[in-house]
Design a protein around this ligand. Structure first.
Ligand code: MTE
Ligand code: MO
Length: 254
């Protein structure tokens, strides 16, 4: 059972508990001191449920230029081998388009120029890989929120899937986040690292930054952003390459 699933269960229980306790409070025992105690604890439950929600929206720590790692190492794929990626690379990604589709009202095909016209954000954050290394880098890109706003997710959409250009023995790399992380202000489709265009090793032309989670969630070489109602039909159903292949947690919060 995943941590996020447990969290959702706790949250639902807290909210349901608060609602039914509050109802009892008004109905039957309105004025008694017991009633007030019950109401008070119901409030506490709601407050704690609220804290659980806001914790997911908190910002990851940001650093200053003095903290930048002299070398930001690469990991996983450093050069996708597919002919179509090689073609785009040789053309400087001039004909490349980011596909945004699935459960959206307005599917999009965005060039790098169009992405650059959307609002941009720069942030200096620490990347933590499960393999035991960290690096601090400065990322610039468009907050995913603006791309989502343009595509207009359907009400049924619950997850955002990032399809990548690379594969491991024919199995494509992919990752996914929920809408909380999708709309988080530090979640970027990044095109630059330390003030320069993303090197191929770091995911050119764009890679995801999802700063509240571990390194493997930060999909490089993102070709397509797909909104889905459920992760069941994506890959083997666990929401990401490493989640499917090696049982990594889908919610890799840090
Ligand atoms: N498409 C793709 N994205 C990926 C990977 C990968 O192999 N392919 N590796 C992940 C892992 S485990 C880490 S730690 C980071 C490494 O990013 P970097 O190469 O920019 O340091 O990318 C993540 N995103
Ligand atoms: Mo990693």
């Amino acid at each position: 059972m995943s941590i996020s699933f447990l969290r959702r269960r706790v949250l639902t229980a807290a909210l349901t508990g608060a609602a039914s306790l509050a109802l009892t409070g008004c109905d039957a025992i309105g004025d008694s001191s017991t009633g007030r105690r019950v109401l008070f604890s119901a409030e506490k439950l709601t407050y704690r449920a609220q804290r659980l929600i806001t914790a997911r929206n908190a910002l990851a720590r940001e650093f200053s230029a003095a903290d930048l790692s002299p070398v930001f190492r690469t990991n996983g794929t450093t050069m996708p081998s597919s002919p179509s990626y090689q073609q785009h690379l040789s053309e400087g990604f001039a004909g490349w388009r980011l596909i945004v589709d699935g459960a959206v009202e307005s599917p999009l095909a965005l060039s790098l120029t169009q992405l650059a016209r959307l609002p941009q954000r720069t942030q200096i954050t620490r990347h933590d890989c499960v393999e035991g290394w960290s690096a601090i880098g400065q990322w610039t890109g468009v907050p995913l929120k603006f791309v989502l706003d343009a595509a207009r997710p359907r009400r049924s959409a619950r997850y955002i899937v990032f399809h990548c250009a690379d594969d491991f023995d024919g199995i494509p790399y992919y990752e996914s986040v929920d809408l909380v992380d999708g709309y988080h202000p530090q979640t970027l489709l990044a095109h630059s690292l330390n003030g320069a265009r993303l090197p191929v090793g770091h995911g050119a032309p764009i890679r995801l930054r999802v700063e509240r989670q571990l390194g493997y969630k930060h999909a490089k070489y993102v070709m397509r952003v797909e909104l889905v109602d459920s992760l069941a039909d994506v890959g083997e159903g666990r929401g990401g390459y490493w989640e499917d292949q090696a049982d990594y947690e889908w919610y890799a919060g840090i």
